[in-house]
Design a binder for this molecule. Sequence first.
Ligand code: HEM
Length: 453
Amino acid sequence: MSLFYSRSPEYRYFKPWLGDGLLISTGQKWRAHRKLIAPTFHLNVLKSFIDLFNKNSRETVKKLEGTLGKEFDCHDYMSEATVEILLETAMGVSKKTQGQSGYDYAMAVMKLCEILHLRHAKLWFRPDLIFNLTNTAKYQEKLIGVIHSLTRRVIQKKKADFEQGIRGSTAELPDEYKTSKLEKNVPLKTTTLEGTSYGQSVGLKDDLDVDDDVGEKKRMAFLDLMIEASQNGVVINDEEIKEQVDTIMFEGHDTTAAGSSFFLCQMAAHPEIQEKVVQELDEIFQGSDRMATFADTLEMKYLERCLLETLRLFPPVPIIARQLQQDVKLASNPNLTLPSGATIVIAQFKVHRLEEIYGPNPDKFDPDNFLPERAANRHYYAFIPFSAGPRSCVGRKYAMLKLKILLSTILLNYKIKSNYKEEDYKLQGDIILKRADGFKISLERRKPLSATA
Ligand code: HEM
């Protein structure tokens, strides 16, 4: 498998921003840091984030109230929400302590991605020597300044907490958001964690599927563990922590902001499917305004199918690339050999729309593509929004859990509407897949906002 570990040289454009973080690094450094970071996204850590997912989802519902009656771009709201959720969970700091809104950070990331995309697309922007002389390079520096100022502050705050003996998230969490009592009262119909959300559908396991827990020692959230591991400077140093924080902040917010925005647009474009999702949610919550529990997310089976189908048709990461470390003979044509050093592009967007995998109508939004019996017959690599194998997405379970809570909370409160059909979407395949025409929707209230919202 070492053949496919190395990212292609084009990833180097990320370096001034992400340094040698998990997305970019290779070899021993990547291996050691992946081993350190993957357990911080173990399901047991993620379950401890449920209350913060709920709190932030309700705060988003509240913010969305200001859009009632008008068309708006939901991506702005999803970006802000996903940045703030990351700060309060994986980073474990209160979003209020940042002084700069998650929105400013998310906008700087979006503009920076446009520049990085430009460097891929325009040949003359590729050599550093020429690019560094341009005004775009100066603008890039300014954007990186905005981004790094947030990540630096997050690390400083966490270190100060650590020195005072404070561990875990310091985000404010009023009592009404605490689900620990609820969790015991909610009957859990599902007893298996198999499936695409939190498990792995087919036999191949990756390092996120480890079931054994670490015994007595409690698993730690991402930044807590980074700071602890840095105490003797051997496992990870300060510069490396910064690279990893920048990497997780980027990978963890922009992808889920695009995924959730596409999901909301799809719900608006397919009202009958939206109503089925809401019907399922009504059966789970029975009209109560209680917080979602982990058990509830296991019952959100139809919502999950809609989410997976959204990630199939609109994979937030539409292509990835690898550099071959040795010659490879193509299985489909043994006379063809791809030379060592070649860049291989894997286009999830194309793979997910292949007729031979998804039938004669592969562009149709059909959540039943993810019925267990249909998914079971597909190859492991037929659905790869999170990539696959050793360099797969470290945050895939985090993403699924967070998105289920965020999106179910929005749908329980609002009916999503839009004048746009799927055929109208103007897709923009930057680093992250977006709608160039904006993720435009409007909302209609389903029920009054609760006192806790
Ligand atoms: C819908 C949401 C998400 C999607 C579609 C997604 C997709 C992906 C893909 C396709 C890759 C492989 C990239 C490549 O090979 O170039 C990847 C890697 C990665 N993702 Fe995600 N991701 C999502 C959410 C997240 C979240 C929430 C986090 C963290 C909290 C995260 C952290 C990472 C990291 C650190 C890597 C690099 C892993 C490595 O190389 O070892 N992602 N993601």
